[in-house]
Design a protein around this ligand. Structure first.
Ligand code: NAP
Length: 407
């Protein structure tokens, strides 16, 4: 990838009240965002809230935040949402078009916290309005990073990273001194299987895979953390957010999840951001940006913590890391294929249709099965994404042989 200047354009002042929209408000990141907004109601006016099918929680959030619009993706939940909002004056809507309409409404700040490539079109709609887009949905940059960052630049949108590692780097990355930046480093907890052998991982259940040692997150990202695909996706995300060649984005395993990201400068200085593992900190950093606002995350007590450990990642036990580097080297639509195959495989694992090690095996097989092609437009992304999903589903349907369970 060519290095570019995907850089923040600091804005002089913060609007008050800030008009906000939360895409994926009922999820893990979404609920944390709602909590922060609820804690300071006078600073925010809520434009729209979006969920997939949890109409009950969505309606409760919309009522408590006096949102103008609430949208469910799943049409079958429209009746439930409408009746839960009756008498409130809050507009209810359903379906993919209504989600894009929600993202297109004039909010200053949009939280993109839908999970997976389903979040791409609405995130792009917010970007094209020139909004401040707090980006939790890393799959958006994985499957269409060049497109989204180019549109952000063209439309004057500000991408604010929510992922804790990228938010950390955003806080210590001197955009005006980027020539002096040698590399950046993302930390990885190593997930629940950090010390498991491949033979043990072959038997891993969904319950074990989602039991992350440090973070409480949605099911998909928790499984991604267990395979370490999450860290691979984050390398792609970082490359696009910071305009760096992927070989300058490194990973170190740090099991305490206290140091989140580091920037290496040419004079030997390394700047890092630390904090307890609590998503309310990076979310608050983007919600208040460019100012800092309060967040109730537990304060870091280094003396109590005593030690911080670091080690190199194991690409043999965690082949997802190797697959991501290979997809980055191929370029074009390869990261889009990788992302789509991974989404389908993770869903199949959570449904107990495949084993844990089959996830990476399916991603690899899908990448091998499909030709690479250029990605220029949203339609290209959607075509490649659809073709990859169909291929992975077919591979699962054909009865993928169990991935080798030794290593
Ligand atoms: N959780 C974290 O700590 C964390 C940290 C860093 C980055 N992220 C990233 O943030 C994103 C969200 O993660 P999460 O853990 O918050 O996920 P989650 O708990 O599974 O929540 C996903 C949210 O997206 C909604 N949704 C799912 N499919 C949708 C669709 N097709 N259309 C519209 N809405 C849809 C869900 O609605 P329903 O509730 O109705 O299903 C829910 O509100 C992911 O991309 C993840 O990688 C998460």
């Amino acid at each position: 990838m060519t290095e570019n200047s995907a850089r923040p354009v600091p804005r002089a002042r913060r609007e008050k009240p800030r008009r906000v929209t939360i895409l994926g408000s009922t999820g893990s990141v979404g609920r944390n965002t709602v909590e922060l907004v609820s804690a300071d109601r006078s600073s925010y006016a809520v434009e729209a809230l979006v969920a997939h099918r949890n109409a009950e929680l969505l309606a409760a959030q919309a009522r408590s935040l006096a949102a103008k619009l609430a949208v469910v993706a799943d049409d079958s939940q429209y009746g439930a949402l409408k009746s839960a909002l009756s008498g409130s004056g809050i507009e209810a809507a359903a379906g993919a078009g209504a989600i894009i309409e929600a993202a297109s409404r004039p909010a200053d700040w949009v939280m993109a916290a839908i999970v997976g490539a389903a979040g791409l079109a609405p995130t792009l709609a917010a970007v094209r309005r020139g909004a401040m887009v707090a980006l939790a949905n890393k799959e958006v940059l994985v499957c269409a990073g060049a497109l989204v960052t180019a549109e952000a630049e063209r439309c004057g949108a500000q991408l604010l990273p929510v992922d804790s590692e990228h938010n950390a780097i955003f806080q210590v990355f001197a955009f005006e001194q980027r020539a002096a930046i040698e590399r950046i480093m993302l930390t990885a907890s190593g997930g629940p299987f950090r010390e498991w052998s491949a033979a043990q991982m072959a038997q891993a259940t969904p319950e074990q895979a989602v039991a992350h040692p440090n973070w409480r997150m949605g099911a998909k990202i928790s499984v991604d953390s267990a395979t370490m695909m999450n860290k691979g996706l984050e390398v792609i995300e970082a490359q696009h957010l910071f305009g760096l060649a992927s070989e300058r984005v490194e990973i170190v395993v740090h099991r305490q999840s206290v140091v989140h990201g580091l920037v290496y400068y040419s004079d030997g200085s390394v700047l890092a951001q630390l904090g307890s593992p609590d998503m309310r900190t990076p979310i608050a950093n983007t919600l208040g940006w460019p100012e800092r606002i309060g967040a109730p995350s537990p304060r870091l007590d280094l003396a109590k913590l005593g030690r911080l450990d670091f080690e190199a990642p194991d690409v043999v036990r965690f082949p997802a890391l190797r697959l991501v580097r290979a997809a980055l080297a191929s370029g074009g639509g390869a990261p889009t294929i990788l992302n789509a195959a991974n989404e389908v495989a993770v869903a199949a694992f959570l449904d107990r249709r495949i084993g844990f090690l089959d996830i990476a095996a399916l991603v690899e097989r899908t990448l091998e099965a499909l030709p690479n092609r250029r990605i220029d437009r949203l339609e290209d992304v959607l075509d490649v994404d659809g073709e990859a999903r169909a291929t992975t589903r077919r591979l699962i349907g054909n009865g993928l042989p169990r991935a080798a369970n030794t290593g």
